[in-house]
Design a protein around this ligand. Structure first.
Ligand code: PLP
Length: 223
């Protein structure tokens, strides 16, 4: 299967309500251009250094999504161009994004990352921590970050029921936060969940953005 075939497969499947982030991490720019030339515009990266090394060599109308854990001291490197940051998991990080977005006179969309998986190693907020961020005076005074949705990663397991329940939890968090904080905002719309192994379940459970690497670009080398 070519990149083109893979993108067609997803685009036929997704329809208008679900977006596709093509996760290009570790893959050469040539493969990004192949996807770009098929019409794909949203690409995802999870390492700051790798992203900034390639961004100048690629078309300016690519919508870059930063999907990995982001360290505060690196926000400044991606703030000039990043469209959406998927994994905001602290007020301190959000404050730094606000500062750097302001310095660049641009808005940056952010998703709150929730810890929905059983695995300990994964980053993310619990529901109460997210509420405390949104209730804080610091958040209320922010003008350059836009909380546009939520993001989560399910446990890596063959237990599909477990995965489904974790996605259901994220959808519930989204609905509750929408109702409590964003009921009169148009901009809080996205549920970023689903990767190559679990996107089918994610879509059934209400995903609006799936993040797909392997099923578009092939297996990655293990580092
Ligand atoms: C790598 C990565 C993906 C894509 O994973 P695949 O299994 O290759 O589709 C999605 N989300 C995040 C946060 C990632 O780091």
């Amino acid at each position: 299967m070519s990149i083109k075939d893979n993108l067609n497969f997803f685009n036929e499947k997704l329809g208008d309500n679900t977006k596709l982030v093509a996760v290009s991490k570790t893959k050469p720019n040539e493969m990004i251009m192949e996807a770009y030339n098929c019409g794909q515009r949203i690409f995802g990266e999870n390492k700051v250094q790798a992203l900034i090394e390639r961004v100048d060599d690629l078309p300016k109308d690519i919508e870059w999504h930063f999907i990995g854990h982001l360290q505060r001291n690196k926000v400044k490197f991606i703030a000039p161009f990043v469209d959406t940051i998927h994994a905001v998991d602290s007020l301190r990080l959000l404050k730094e994004i606000e500062k750097q977005a302001k310095a660049n006179s641009r808005k940056i969309k952010c998703f709150l990352q929730f810890h929905i998986a059983a695995e300990e190693s994964k980053f993310g907020l619990n529901f109460e921590e997210a509420r405390q961020i949104l209730l804080s005076d610091e958040f209320k005074s922010m003008a350059f970050v836009q909380i546009a949705g939520v993001m989560g990663m399910a446990t890596f397991t063959d237990d599909l029921l477990k995965v489904r329940n974790e996605f259901k939890t994220l959808k519930r968090y989204f609905d509750s936060i929408k109702e409590e904080f964003f009921y009169d905002h148009e901009g809080f719309t996205e549920i970023s969940m689903g990767m190559t192994n679990d996107y089918k379940i994610a879509i059934e459970e209400g995903s609006t953005i799936i993040r797909i690497g392997t099923a578009i670009f092939g297996e990655r080398e293990k580092h």
